[in-house]
Design a protein around this ligand. Structure first.
Ligand code: FE
Ligand code: FE
Length: 192
């Protein structure tokens, strides 16, 4: 795996400046959450996963499609309609192949940071949540509640964020991925 400094340099050329700032915010927040819910090793993994979670997001669409073929990333019908859903799955492969990440938990945290899924690992939940609450986010409805829940109970924070995100997607008539629906059902059920 590359060093944090080299990863940051590579990301600066792969991402827009706003996305890079967001990425640093996610890494910072993920490390804070990892310090609450895990050990020093988890904090280190949270830094890498946070930094790399959006590593493929600013690739132009044609490049995303090309790399998905080359890296054997399956693109389903929902992703075809909603191209924004491709970047976590492609990003997981890019992290492996271009940033030398071998740790499956870090790769999973990148892969599941957008849709979520049932039975996520602690690191996967931390990166999903950090993406939503990172310090550079402009204030929006529900942000403070999500921040509070994140430091109380990861599963409750998952349920809350998934519900808000699904509502947002529905309001905009965007395609909703079944992974998110399954994830919401799961986290609601286990926190009730
Ligand atoms: Fe993302
Ligand atoms: Fe992000």
């Amino acid at each position: 795996m590359l060093s944090v400094d080299v990863i940051k340099e590579k990301l600066q050329s792969a991402l827009s400046i706003d996305r890079y700032i967001h990425t640093l915010g996610v890494a910072e927040e993920a490390q804070k959450l990892a310090a609450v819910y895990g050990d020093a090793e988890l904090v280190k993994k949270a830094e890498y996963a946070g930094l790399l979670h959006d590593c493929a997001k600013d690739y132009p669409d044609d490049m995303k499609k090309r790399f998905c073929k080359e890296y054997h990333v399956p693109v389903d019908d929902v992703m075809k309609k909603q191209l924004g859903l491709i970047h976590p799955f492609l990003g997981a492969e890019v992290a492996k192949r271009e940033y030398g990440v071998e740790d499956e938990d870090i790769i999973g945290a990148i892969r599941w940071h957008t849709t979520g899924k049932p039975e996520m690992t602690v690191l996967e939940k931390i990166v999903f949540i950090a993406d939503y609450i990172e310090p550079n986010r402009k204030p929006f409805d529900g942000l403070e509640k999500a921040r509070k829940l994140a430091y109380e109970n990861l599963d409750k924070a998952m349920a809350y964020i998934l519900e808000s995100t699904i509502e947002y997607v529905k309001e905009r008539n965007r395609a909703l991925h079944p992974y998110s629906v399954e994830a919401l059902e799961y986290y609601k059920r286990i926190t009730e």
